[in-house]
Design a protein. Sequence first.
Length: 439
Amino acid sequence: MPVLKSEARRAPDGREARKVSAHSSEDRLAEARGLAEAIALDVREALLVPLAQPRPGTLFGSGKVEEIKALIEDAHAELVIIDHAVTPVQQRNLEKAWQAKVLDRTGLILEIFGRRARTREGTLQVELAHLTYQKSRLVRSWTHLERQRGGAGFLGGPGETQLELDRRIIQDRIDSLNVELEVVVRTRELHRAGRRKVPYPVAAIVGYTNAGKSTLFNRLTGADVLAKDQVFATLDPTMREIRLASGRRIILSDTVGFISDLPTMLVAAFRATLEEVIAADLILHVQDVSHPERQAQRGDVEHVLTDLGVAVSGPEAHLIEVWNKIDRLSEPERDEIENAARRNDAPPIPVSAVTGDGLANLLAVLDARFSANDLILSFVVPAREGALVHWLHENTEVIERSVTEAGDLIFRIRIERERRSRLDAQLRRAGLTCSIAPV
């Protein structure tokens, strides 16, 4: 199965034929091959195809189409993947010319997502993206799409073509999926509201696919999320609670990996999942520092985050860079990375999720970041004040609770500084005059 990487060049008039990727052509070809192998496809041939000016009908020139046809026949390939956007007309014409199925980058990523989705939410989101993509692919390439159905009544009439009927059926299903996903969005919002009441802050792990997010997540939480050296090894988000050295509890969220040229329909379909990133109190951007295209991958992730409305730099940014896979570096390379991290205005944290190096520092940074605006208070609450006890458990983090000989309760709590006035109001409502002393 050939995997083609179309390399765009400037058109004769000086305009760019397509957006130029920050990734090298060789890296994009290797990534395309990895995407194909992620769903167990047998890649027989992978090649770069220079593309100065895309042809409207076939994308490639006639000579290149014939050349690739010979490769397909020699390899007995049934599927050709083109790492480039392919229009429905181009797909139809190439399939006729090559007598093989043609899939573009978007179609391949959708296929991977379709096989990896496990939860009800993930399945709905993948189906929505598939149908949105399929709707744009309906062209008059099969005879049944030219048939017409008669209208109702005595006179009948031309009715609607099969093409129009197929589009309507797909649109009806898309509308139905959007309604179901709205329920998912509301459910996730209820869960987030519940977490805000506790309150446990949320740190979301994001990064380019195969950067080691799930391995890091497992190492920090003791979870058993699938972690493989494979693109999109995990798809459905996972959340786990961890306890930091100060006693603070936080929720860590492992999200779907990003990739260059992530299809817009996938970003739209996975909005329920991506809202977990938007709503997170802190974002951990995991990067593979051993990858030669690290800076390009970083730019791709930041581009998606910016599209989601997440600040990636400046005073409003709540993001920490985690430079993963330092175990794959030589000693001089590792020293260089650690020195570069120290010189950075917002110091990244070099770690190895496999060996555990740097994770203690990462946890300490998380603890300091989440505790910067906290107060730890200790005070006595009479046993009769059940409403106040309930309020404390619902609105603060109870670090410790003990009972005096008289039966009263001694609370040691953590509360955000800006919520201190609400605590004072609750104490006054209970008629308490006991002092509150930081501990």
